[in-house]
Design a protein around this ligand. Structure first.
Ligand code: ASP
Ligand code: MG
Length: 414
């Protein structure tokens, strides 16, 4: 008998009909001789709605109480799903995160899982029950319920799969898997059969919203292979696994696996900063102290003892960043801050870059041929990102997607 962890996202349990589809899928899997642990998210937009209801009460909620409220979303899903099973004559039981033995550190709203005591889950599985666990929640050392950050149900699923040494960890959502780029924007985007943990992390960090980043980190650390697939079809999805396995099995290795984009960025440039030690330290530690998350940073080489620093921050942090920068540069006479919120970050991601030179050159060439100006560039071992004018975004993705050979062949009818 194999042990399978099946996680269903909020859109898969958004109403009673969808719950029935989910329950039937789970029963079919169980009948194929498996023990099943199910992890569910809150139905539909419940978590967003809970946040909105907080806004009506206060702009500064006590975090303990915020987590208490947010945890209710997943409790709706587990109990309703257990009732759905019962109506179908199937043995199932719901457990909150704490009841499932999931323990976290002491931070609220973004708690980290510290350990899992799987005793209760195991004894219920031994009694042939389907065990339904509320995602996104855990118990902290004070005995309070906490949450694991947005998208945290993915983390619950992967952590349980690691602890229980599950044979399979399936993450179901309303998309077929991981795509070469967003199929809502680029019609020729195609589903990848395999992708490595590192590529997935880079893609999640640069705009793709398939799985929570931390869940991928945990999957990588504990070697949990994830199958990301759709609740509403029988198709194979995308396997997220180690680079070694992809290489060993000589699976499809592409130079570039995906193109991601992020419109949620604002570009800041501080011009004419003095070229002396400590300037960057001062600027970025002030921003960090104010919890401004900085993404790309470039500093120009100094000319006449002056240089410029450009960086991007997410739109939500832009106001905070601007106020902070106005303060900081008072100290640097003649410096000036300029910003541009009409930018987009386009990234190409692929482990193929490690062994192939010229990917960056090819990216720049493709953009140049379409007259697209690159405003900033940053690279990692498996990613190259460019900031461009947001009006050029779709064109840039389209051309890169084609240029790197990712577009699926569209059938021609003659
Ligand atoms: N319900 C939580 C959220 O919306 C957790 C999850 O969906 O994974 O972020
Ligand atoms: Mg989710």
């Amino acid at each position: 008998m194999a042990l399978v962890v099946m996680k269903f996202g909020g859109s898969s349990v958004a109403d009673a009909n969808k719950m029935k589809i989910v329950a039937s899928k789970i029963i079919a899997k169980k009948n194929a001789s498996n023990k099943i642990v199910v992890v569910v998210s809150a139905p539909g937009n419940t978590t967003d709605n809970l946040f909105e209801s907080v806004d009506k009460v206060t702009s500064n909620p006590p975090l303990r109480e915020l987590d208490m409220l947010l945890a209710t979303g997943e409790i709706i899903s587990i109990s309703l799903l257990a009732m759905t099973f019962s109506s179908m004559g199937q043995k199932a039981i719901s457990l909150t995160g704490p009841q499932a033995g999931i323990f976290a550190d002491s931070s609220y709203t973004r708690a980290r899982i510290k350990k899992i005591n799987p005793k209760k889950i195991k004894s219920l599985l031994a009694k042939n029950s389907i065990v339904i666990v509320a995602g996104f929640q855990a118990l902290n050392p004070k005995g309070d319920i906490t949450t694991l950050g947005r998208g945290g149900s993915d983390l619950t699923a992967v952590a349980l799969a690691a602890e229980l040494k599950a044979d399979l960890c399936e993450i179901y959502s309303d998309v077929e898997g991981v795509y070469t780029t967003d199929p809502r924007i680029i019609k020729t985007a195609r589903k990848l059969d395999y992708i490595s943990y590192d590529e997935m992390l880079e893609m999640a960090g640069s705009g793709a919203q398939v799985l929570q980043s931390r869940s991928i980190e945990v999957a990588k650390k504990f070697k949990v292979e994830i199958h990301s697939r759709s609740t509403f079809s029988q198709n194979q999805g995308t396997i997220i696994t180690s680079e070694e396995k992809i290489r060993r099995k000589k699976m499809e290795t592409l130079l570039v696996s995906g193109i991601t984009f992020d419109k949620n960025q604002v570009k800041f440039t501080i011009v004419d900063l003095p070229d002396i030690p400590g300037v960057a330290a001062k600027i970025f530690s002030k921003l960090a102290k104010n919890s401004v998350n900085v993404d790309m940073i470039i500093q120009s080489a100094a000319v006449n003892k002056k240089n410029d620093i450009s960086f991007t921050v997410c739109k939500q942090d832009a106001k905070k960043a601007q106020l902070e920068l106005d303060n900081i540069i008072e100290e640097f006479k003649n410096s000036q801050v300029v910003y541009d919120e009409h930018v987009a970050k386009i990234s190409v991601v692929g482990i193929g870059m490690k062994s192939n030179a010229g990917v960056a050159a090819k990216m720049f060439e493709i953009l140049y041929k379409k007259g697209i100006n690159i405003e900033m560039i940053s690279t990692s071992e498996i990613k190259i990102s460019c900031i461009v004018d947001e009006r050029d975004m779709t064109k840039a993705i389209e051309e890169l997607h084609k240029g790197f050979g990712l577009a699926k062949k569209v059938e021609k009818f003659s």
